[in-house]
Design a protein around this ligand. Structure first.
Ligand code: NAD
Length: 427
């Protein structure tokens, strides 16, 4: 784990790994708090990282062995929680960094989970549906000793979906000899999934954007919004903000952006799920590139596609007056420093898109209690939880005069550190 042990400097580099970013943010938050340095040192490292070989019998009868990981950062507040990715860029360090983010995301929401993340180094587009099923079932078996409804609860992430979670849960349950729906979240509702889980991260982005708009003293009816990415996060965020009265002037997918200064009818633009990569087919006055969307003269910019899109190269050209992070890690540390200098608030991913893990928590509660909540109840409870977290972060911003990202990390670190201090380090 060589890079995992390297120490970060105070200079903000233009490029860094997810783990380096996670450690930088931990150090910044720790600088504002009086926390035992031993606890901080512990939190710089994951509790455990599991590396497994996952053999797959291909459709042509040959065998390919894939590498899978599960990083478990911290469980002081409850079982590890976080997604499983199928992507060629999955690495051990990336899983560790993302598992640290999950620790903070669960803590800022005050839900009783710690942070985990994992995945397989594979391009899911290279797999048939049958191969994807066999790979997922075998991965569940390889991870079985380390996971479970009270130990570590995976969820979907890039390259995995509700169907993959259903296979994962089935494979785990078959070996355990009983149905254990609570071993993963993000399942289809018919096998213990929750209503509203699929749109929850986008819904929370819209709720937090609405609160931030109000905090800044703007009228949502006079607010313009641009959203990069029209998938599980971007589309529900854009549509809910549209419903709240904001004018969504631009949205995009991987092929480019559509722009109408008068406002788009976001319910008419097909989401990634309704028709993949079809945003550009929509009939609008202007088409733009994704880079141009990020630099549009709008009030609110919501990057909700992929990581590292706001960088030192474009941060000076961003004209938005407020950024709400829908994707995980869309802003590099260097861009963050530029936005801070320019006085542009950036509401961080660990707060804004935390609706996903929050409804995963609701799903887990429903599974353990063998009860299903209505969509209305999920929406109501999500609204309550988001407002509670928003208020905790806003209070830190007001009291300490720090950035929104630092405030969210301060809230999270206070809770995790207090739990560590009460439980103590095993001597
Ligand atoms: P998705 O696959 O449903 O949608 C992604 C969207 O982004 C699509 O419209 C796609 O066309 C577009 N896109 C892909 N590459 C792009 C590029 N290079 N430039 C511009 N657009 C591009 O994915 P999602 O689930 O909405 O996830 C988006 C982000 O949100 C990711 O960073 C993910 O980690 C994060 N996130 C997802 C969830 C969740 O539960 N789905 C929860 C929290 C955070």
């Amino acid at each position: 784990m060589s890079s995992a042990d390297s120490t970060e400097t105070d200079d903000v580099p233009t490029k860094e790994t997810a783990l380096e970013t996670a450690r930088r943010q931990l150090k910044r938050a720790a600088g504002h708090l009086d926390v035992d340095p031993g606890v901080i040192e512990r939190l710089r490292h994951p509790n455990q990282v599991h590396r497994v070989s996952v053999p797959l019998e291909r459709d042509d009868g040959t065998t390919t062995v894939y590498t899978g990981y599960r990083a478990q950062h911290d469980s002081v507040r409850g079982p590890y929680k976080g997604g499983l990715r199928y992507h060629l860029d999955v690495t051990e360090d990336e899983c560790i960094g993302l598992s640290m983010w999950m620790t903070w995301k669960c803590a800022v929401m005050d839900i009783p989970f710690g942070g985990g993340k994992g995945g397989i180094v594979v391009d899911p587009k290279d797999l048939s549906e049958e191969e994807r099923e066999r790979l997922t079932r075998r991965f569940a078996e390889e991870l079985r000793p380390f996971i479970g409804p009270t130990k570590d609860i995976p969820a979907p992430d890039m390259g995995t979906d509700a169907q993959a979670m259903a296979w994962f849960m089935d494979a785990y349950s078959m070996q355990e000899g009983e149905t254990q729906a609570g071993v993963v979240t993000g399942k289809p509702p018919v096998v213990g999934g929750s209503e509203g889980r699929d749109t929850a991260p986008g819904r929370s982005v819209a709720i937090i954007a609405r609160e931030a708009i109000d905090y800044l003293g703007w009228d949502i009816e006079d607010t313009t919004v641009a959203v990069q990415g029209f998938g599980s996060v971007g589309a529900p965020a854009a549509r809910l903000l549209d419903d709240y009265g904001a004018t969504v002037v631009a949205v995009s997918d991987v092929n480019g952006a559509i722009y109408d200064p008068e406002g788009l009818d976001t319910w008419d633009v097909p989401t990634h799920e309704e028709e993949p990569e079809a945003v550009m087919k929509h009939d609008v006055p202007q088409k733009l590139s994704n880079e141009e969307l990020l630099e549009l003269d709008v009030d609110v910019l919501i990057p909700a596609a992929i990581g590292n899109v706001l960088t030192a190269e474009n941060a000076h050209d961003v004209q938005a007056k407020l950024i709400v992070e829908g994707a995980n890690g869309p802003t590099t540390s260097a861009a963050d420093a530029i936005f801070e200098e320019r006085g542009i608030p950036v509401i961080p991913d660990i707060l804004a898109n935390a609706g996903g893990v929050t409804v995963s928590y609701f799903e887990w509660l429903q599974d353990l209690n063998h009860r299903a909540w209505s969509l209305e109840r999920v929406h109501e409870e999500l609204e309550t939880e988001m407002l509670r977290a928003w208020e905790a972060v806003r209070d830190e911003v007001d009291e300490r005069d720090v950035t929104w990202r630092d405030a969210a990390y301060i809230v999270a670190l206070q809770r995790v550190a207090a739990a560590h201090e009460h439980r103590g380090l095993w001597p």
